[in-house]
Design a protein around this ligand. Sequence first.
Ligand SMILES: *Cc1c(COP(=O)(O)O)cnc(C)c1O
Length: 388
Amino acid sequence: MTHSEGFATRAIHAGQEFDPTTGAVIPPLYLTSTFVQAGMGQLRGGYEYSRGGNPTRTSLETQMAALDNAKHAITFSSGLAAEDGLLRAILRPGDHVVIGNDAYGGSYRLISRIFGPWGITHTVVDLGDTAAVAAAITENTKLLWVETPSNPLLAITDIAALAELAHAKDVRVLVDNTFATPVLQQPLALGADIVVYSTTKYIGGHSDVIGGAIVLNDDELAEAVRFQQFAVGAISAPLEAWLTTRGIKTLPLRMRQHGENAQAVAELLESRPEVERVYYPGLESHPGHELAKKQMSGFGGMVSFALRGGREAAIAFAESTELFQLAESLGGVESLMNYPALMTHASVAGTELAVPENVLRLSVGVEDVADLLADLERAFERTAARLA
Ligand SMILES: *Cc1c(COP(=O)(O)O)cnc(C)c1O
């Protein structure tokens, strides 16, 4: 593959060549920890030990690099392991990170509570406020951490504008592209230096794998991230890598349907009197709508909304749906309901990243949209009955 093919073609074929020894159309799953050597130091296929490399992982990394038209993809045991590997490759004691005020709670926890004690400082900013971002950058700043759309409030940040600003000060820009996926947003093409994914979410797409990836063009940094991974061992294991390659083949199809269903869900929520506010970039009422139209090729499958009834209503509603199952995570084919304040974002309660207590987050799946809408309408009735 040369990366000149269309996106769906790359998703299906990059790194997925048939097995030359048997003709199997799907590359085998290499469940092996080690590789027999032909002689001292003579590797048969370039592989030595699976912490350093495994053909199934290579297959996933080739496929993932192709999706972002990137030179390198390095896949890890989780999204946070990928972030950790990247941060260790870039940061040294005394360095500083600027991070958006509604970044994924786990990313913030990693930077503040794991890297903090090792001498890394950070500043939390509103990424929509360019002047605040510029002011937050110091001479020790090494990284600007952007998440767009953000989790869970779906804020949209101008990647190209921030990349220009950061690069003028020699600061690298990382984009957590987990929500948009490379189908809807190409951060490297917009000027970012590094893309991170929790492949647990849309990329894997079937809620059966935990994984992560760092995608980038910088050869030297890629080498440094690989070294961190090799030395520590937070690799994407073969079965997880193989399941992820399978998920990716339908990523463009799934993202299209997630987006269509999410738009319908967001419009239904916006029409309900019980709802104070809907957070979905596909709605014209969303402050980032125009920017999202420019920067993305669709709005994705995540919808958050605030209920007028506060915490009590949010919890009642979260327990009232059937198709939207109450569970952490997102991006699978099945719809999920999350209450950030007590679930995914409990770790940032009381910080600048805390999520309002009346907000619910939906991961809108690819079920029949009429069934999803009916489930939500029923939940409004049940919530009203329960609160009465
Ligand atoms: C889930 C998630 C992560 C962390 O990924 P894991 O695979 O759970 O470690 C990072 N960023 C975002 C936006 C996420 O949703």
